[in-house]
Design a protein around this ligand. Structure first.
Ligand code: BTN
Length: 244
């Protein structure tokens, strides 16, 4: 398998690949660009303290461990790298267009096909270590809750998880290298693929029961930028605004 400079650490089962990579006794064994991969998580984690459920052996479950040379103020770029790499992977294997539902879900046909959970550790004003957890629904076809999609639901066939990983790491390494480029388009490209961009939608926040606005992009630190009908522009952090 081509791993584009990443080292794969495979575990048959683990509580969560993100938790594993964060363990103090494991950390010294991990180098920059280590990938923890498993078939089965007993306590897979999603965003906002949610669980990430995945049928054993059916999906791609990884954590990419990085020691980036990155200022905290630029940490959203890691989000852009992961989301764009997944988006490209979905297009490559399935020939469908996908979009990035802010902050970091990948959607195909209004249903989630992949999620990202990034856990950074910070030292001073830099990112000391980043654990980028990625779950991509590959061969699972039934989901308990919500609106989910998978490679198999779209292609009607079993997909090789290792081939998906190989391509994902290839795209990830290309985008990751762009972080250091002075005029990198990473953020712009992320914005251009936002789910619902420039469409008038209903948003809900803790202060408002509902208001109409359009997504126009994201700020440098990853807040969602909404343009309201009255011309007002508002920005929101994760968890501060919801839309479907
Ligand atoms: C989300 O959309 O809520 C984020 C899902 C992230 C799931 C992946 S699976 C591999 C890694 N280990 C975890 O415990 N979570 C991430």
């Amino acid at each position: 398998m081509q791993t584009s400079g990443f080292t794969i650490h495979y575990l048959t089962t683990v509580d969560s690949t993100n938790n594993y990579a964060a363990r103090p006794e494991i950390q010294p064994k991990l180098q920059h660009k280590a990938v923890i991969m498993t078939d089965h998580q007993t306590e897979g984690k999603g965003q906002y303290g949610n669980k990430w459920e995945s049928v054993k052996g059916k999906n791609l479950l990884i954590s990419i461990y990085l020691k980036p040379n990155l200022a905290v103020k630029d940490q959203f770029l890691l989000n852009c790298v992961a989301a764009l790499a997944i988006k490209d992977t979905v297009s490559y294997f399935l020939s469908v267009s996908s979009s990035i539902k802010w902050p970091n879900d990948i959607f195909v046909n209004h249903a989630k096909i992949a999620g990202i959970l990034i856990e950074n550790s910070i030292f001073g004003s830099n990112i000391n270590r980043s654990i980028i957890g990625i779950g991509i629904n590959i061969n699972q076809t039934e989901f308990d809750t919500g609106s989910y999609n998978s490679f198999k639901l779209i292609s009607n066939k079993e997909n090789d998880i290792n081939r998906v990983l190989e391509y994902l790491l290839f795209r990830f390494s290309i985008y990751y290298d762009q972080i250091d480029e002075p005029n990198s388009n990473l953020h712009k490209e992320f914005d251009s693929h936002l789910y619902g961009k420039d469409e008038l939608r209903i948003f809900k926040s803790s202060e408002d029961t509902g208001f109409q606005a359009k997504i126009t992009g994201t700020t440098v630190d990853g807040k969602l930028i909404l343009s309201l009908e009255n011309g007002e522009v508002r920005t929101f952090n994760h968890k501060e605004v919801f839309f479907s």
